[in-house]
Ligand binder design. Sequence first.
Ligand code: SF4
Length: 694
Amino acid sequence: MSKRDPRYDRLFDKVKIGPLTSKNRFFQVPHCNGMGYLRPKSLAAMRGIKAEGGWAVVCTEEVYIHSSSENDPLVEGRLWDDRDVNALELTTEEIHKHDSLAGIELQHGGHVSTNYFSRIPPFSASNISVGPRAPIQARAMNKSDIRNFRKWHRNAALRAMRAGFDLIYVYAAHSGTLLTDFLLRRFNDRSDEYGGCLENRIRLIREVIEDTKDAIGHKCAIALRFAVEEFLGPKGITFNNEGKEMVEILSELPDIWDVNISDWSRDSATSRFEHEGYQEQYVKFVKSLTTKPVVGVGRFTSPDTMISMIRRGIIDFIGAARPSIADPFLPKKIDEGRIDEIRECIGCNICVVGDELSVPIRCTQNPTMGEEWRRGWHPEFIESKNREESVLVVGAGPAGLESALVLGKRGFRVILTESLDEVGGRVSRESSLPGLSEWGRVKDYRIHLLKQMREVSIFCDNRITAKDIIDFSDINQFNFAHVFFATGATWRRDGVGRKNRKLISGIEKIKIYTPDDIMDGISPNGKIVIFDDDHFYLGGIIAEKLRREDHEVLLVTPAPDISTFTHKTLEQRHIQKKLLDLGVELAPNMNLLNINSGSVELSCVFTNKNITSDFDSLILITERIQNDKLFKLLMTDKENLSKSGIKTLRCIGDCFAPGTIAAAIYSGHLTAREFNNVSKGEVPFLRERIEILK
Ligand code: SF4
């Protein structure tokens, strides 16, 4: 095993946090995961893997402390009463097995509590509407409510200690907690000692920290999570006014400061909008105002950036949510001198989608994320082959690369062919679009490992035919009996998609462009109309690219807003703002009805009223068709197939069913992991069931 580079030694210092000592400086900050109180075994296994991977502190997601605050159907943690302790104990046991510290983020959502489940009217510092998820209002708390809240928080801290947690969070960040309702002027119009000046608005935070210390401070450390910048100017907290004053006032009260920026879409900004270390400029003042350790985040994946943050005294702990999701073994890999094996987060926020949809977390880079318990997948270890086999993988896009990597790790002989002169498929193409360069890490990580595997041979610039596959299958050098087709999918030119299931009238009269053309470097002329019936990121990105190239661009979509699925990746409002700033004309709620030479007819999805718009070039982003011609040709050639000895022909990734890059990688991983293994029965994974006691 290689040794740690001494340049990174300081990342492995022990650090005191109140009564605790962490084994190094790697700190998995709280993050949601779509498992919460509904899937405690899945959750415990996922957190345990992080601890095994070397994170010194591993925290939960938001854990709601009382029935007066919940956000069903979002699945977060719960610690409402004593019967919730056992489920959380599963998590602390898994974390402690690896000598890591277990942290819990206690939460009361105040005015963002929808309370759809409990039906208890929510409350807040003032009378205020509940956030956009519910058409109700929170009522202003009276003194008795405040006393009750303090009691509930204290009780939750005691229960958390009983569940085995070491680090207890007081959560006052992201403008979505009861404590931020009191802190932020725009939510707090009280005239008593909890409203008005900053000292008064901080009062409840101070009281809750003191209550928590009093209850569990002899054994546990207390973290304060606080967003120092809200990007709202004088209407909110900024790092050079109230953000700074708040840290000055509470400086030595918590045992550790966990500082970030708000709202969540800023804190968890995608790589399309922010680079590694993007929070430094906002949080760097904190350490000058406290002697307590400080943890900060910034999608850190480079040990050089991390050590620089420590050396320059910006933070004491390398905080991470997404980098720990993409690679739970990131600290261990640095410790063992394997930094070129780090599976770097690409900043795509597919992990957030799971939480937003209340399903278990997933990750583009790490297909094992969320599958630790239900499928028993480990991100680093994998079952070896049970017999000698060779597999031909056709296509080196995300699915092909991942399946070749997993098959190679299992010890199978793999021949990976690619028709283009470089690997990566859609990942290489899409990462050339504005803001997506980090997505190239999907390819870089895999090809780096594949090139070191003796079991894997890679042939680029190789347009393999059905005849080649039959002919080569029994040649000794190759001798494969199994073929996976990872040949991707192609964007349709006929406009068929979600909204139009039949050909759009007039489509045959003009040249149509697709995202494939744009990524191939073909430039449309003049004024461009983009019809986006895909609704994810490509419509907005292609509009941005062409506008930057000085085209007049009209982006049309039947959806209510631009790139509407990106609400789930926290990007939508940033995308729409960027396009408006660039001068892209937007036409939401409009379908593409007719195409004439030089003009398109658009129809309102509600009223069917039509408008006409001139154009020179039309780009359709609707659906994709599987590139499975080769697979189908072989399937029909039964005679030669049986002579060849080929036993498996299988499409994977987009070639099987077009989807996200995450889905393609998952498909490649699943197929390779299950190759030659016995089927697990009707439902291929474990399910957490509600036990009915009789
Ligand atoms: Fe990073 Fe994307 Fe994985 Fe989230 S889904 S951890 S952003 S690679």
